[in-house]
Ligand binder design. Structure first.
Ligand SMILES: [Zn+2]
Length: 304
């Protein structure tokens, strides 16, 4: 009985987000559901009653690799696969009466994903890679409109438009509801000028916390001594529960999706030059016990 209830809830949540579940989507939703039930249900129950709004749920990369549905999907379209996983996860939270939000943080990526930051180029775009780095936050926490909510001034129809980070905000071009209303009144005819009067409902938009950071590759020997720092400084961005928690000069293992971004100081909108942006998916403690961190943070500052 519960099975069918859960399915329908997941689909209605997916639909609410503007996603119509096709068969590939249904398979992925089902695979996540089984993965959480087998491995994380106790953790999900335990989180009940905590006051934080957003929690990261650490999911071992090996669990994804052992699943024949999730393995190819996660490695070819990680954002899409994770979004579906987060829908299932939060539906589980709802079932257990917890109103916090959980986000999947895949950790302990296999050796195939380990890479050198200094060798990173545009051709690695979209891949998920692991790096050992020294980080320093830049600019402090900020927010962005992840999903904008608009209302048609003529018919009060509301809808959401997903936005992209650090890009021009997407606004609606026409109101389909008004067109349908017009067609119903005018024997199926379309209005000559489609209705285009919209307000963005600032209070109802979905905002995400983010923070930018600089990352420099670090090589550490088995005794915990920093052997060398990388030559290049990369820009990274974190979201949700990581925001405001990053300590300048701390050493971490990060797992990041490689993205491209415009130059931070571009002086015209259509500038085609791009930089690599590390969209940091998860942050782990460094596997190395570092003994000379203070020296390294001094060196990091000198580089700036
Ligand atoms: Zn309208």
């Amino acid at each position: 009985m519960f099975e069918s209830l859960r399915h329908s809830q997941v689909y209605s949540m997916a639909r609410k987000r503007g996603i119509e579940p096709d068969s590939a989507m249904q398979e992925v939703l089902g695979a996540w559901r089984i993965l959480f039930e087998k491995n994380h249900i106790e953790e999900i129950k335990r989180l009940k009653g905590f006051e934080e709004r957003v929690f990261g749920l650490e999911v071992e990369h090996s669990l994804i690799c052992n699943d024949e549905v999730l393995k190819p999907e996660f490695h070819t379209r990680p954002d899409w696969t994770l979004e579906l996983g987060n829908i299932v996860l939060n539906e589980k939270m709802m079932i257990h009466g917890n109103d916090s939000r959980l986000v999947i943080r895949v950790v302990n990526f296999s050796k195939h994903h380990h890479f050198s930051l200094d060798e990173l180029r545009m051709r690695h775009r979209s891949t998920m890679l692991t790096f050992d780095v020294i980080i320093s936050p830049v600019g402090g926490p900020l927010g962005w409109i992840k999903k904008a909510v608009y209302e048609c001034i003529d018919c009060e129809h509301r809808f959401e438009i997903k936005q992209r980070l650090a890009r021009e905000r997407d606004a609606p071009h026409l109101c389909y509801n008004c067109i349908e209303i017009f067609a119903a009144k005018n024997k199926g005819k379309f209005p000559r000028i489609p209705p285009v009067n919209f307000d963005m409902l600032v209070e109802d938009c979905y905002y995400e916390d983010i923070e930018y950071l600089n990352a420099i590759e670090v090589a550490i020997d088995n005794d915990g001594n920093v052997l060398k720092l990388g030559g290049e400084k990369f820009l990274g961005v974190v979201n949700d529960e990581y925001v405001g928690t990053l300590v300048p000069g701390s050493i971490h293992r990060i797992n990041a999706r490689i993205a491209v971004d415009h130059l931070p100081n571009r002086d015209f909108v259509k500038d085609t030059r791009r930089i690599i942006l590390l969209k940091i998916h998860s942050i782990e403690n460094s596997p190395f016990k570092v003994s000379n961190v203070s020296e390294t943070s001094i060196e990091l500052n000198d580089n700036e």
